[in-house]
Design a protein around this ligand. Sequence first.
Ligand code: ADP
Length: 395
Amino acid sequence: MTIILETRDLSYSYGDGTKALEGVSISLEEGKKVALVGPNGAGKSTLMLMFNGILRPSRGDVLFRGQPLRYDAASLRSIRRAVGMVFQNSDDQLFAPTVYQDVAFGPSNLGYPAEKVKRYVGFALQYVGLSGYERRPPHHLSGGEKKRVAIAGILAMEPEVMILDEPTSNLDPASSEEIMEMLDELNLGGKTLIISTHDVDLAYRWADEVILMKEGGVVRRGTGQEVFGDVELIRDARLKLPIVVDLYCELVGRGIAGGSKPPKNVLELCDLLQSRGEGRAFVGAFGKIYICNVDEADWKHIRGLIEKNPAVFKGAMGTSAKVMAEKCGISIDFTYGVIDKCILKALIGKNSLIMTSGGMVDHALQRIKDYGQESGARIEVIRHSFFCDNTEILK
Ligand code: ADP
């Protein structure tokens, strides 16, 4: 376990005397997805601004990889490259006349030669699914697209940690899902991610670690189940319970469910109920899950297969898969929580197809395998290469 960011007895007061943080000591592990939650004014934004030196502590230290932050110009440049910040309001971040110039701003400022800047901008825009938007003015884009440009601007500097203040605020559900999915993809690539959010469902299902803040301090940290499983604590912090936890509490109250901690998601909730004999177990054969790596796929072939098999549920994980599916006119049933949704379908005998790419292929395989081992449900998984060889297999 490597600690990438740490605060020691961190306190901060704004110029008008408002105390925003008091004695915050936390350490964050490399490669984790962390969600800061808490009511308005809890100090979440202030803490985030400390992580890359935008604000300087009144007392205490911030450490990156064990080294206390220094606040001279060169040290700040270096920490802001390593720890990138995406602001809540994209309009506060995007200022250049074109998308290209906006994304190029960071790497240009780092003194990279023009050719390298071009390469990095190209990569970052492709990653966020905005290749071809280079000449567009950012202020003409939708909220979701602006957020993507802001993320691309940070990605172009190859940060180790990305901090996102309320990344889904003001976005419609589909755009929110796309942004969170992109963050999952970045995390699978090794980036440490820290978000703040009021969306308790999102924090619960997405984060490896939840940090609950109140009145400038950290009141609890742990997994989503540990933090949100403490119902009194959550009510005391004036937050809602995630819907899965709320439902679980009601079921426990009626004696329909038990267990020591709430289920993590709908899949676990269904399994919990079934293990208690609530609902009849599906008696037919399980459905199959096909996994297709879009980087290797022959799209004509896949479209042909889907046309022949309209009953197959289709999920796209990651930006490349979504962009490709859209280009190929494939309508997608699942855009977030794709693996679990396909497992749920398999459990009621339906086939599904996961389109994805890169490291997410192995991630999907592992998740289904782990589920099979935990639950005993033997769901057949077929990788792209197999079913490309056999066009009839989806039938
Ligand atoms: P959160 O992100 O959890 O809503 P903030 O970090 O924004 O909390 O705010 C923590 C405290 O600091 C609040 O009392 C807030 O009013 C105060 N605060 C935030 N920004 C400023 C500022 N620029 N000037 C003075 N007080 C501020």
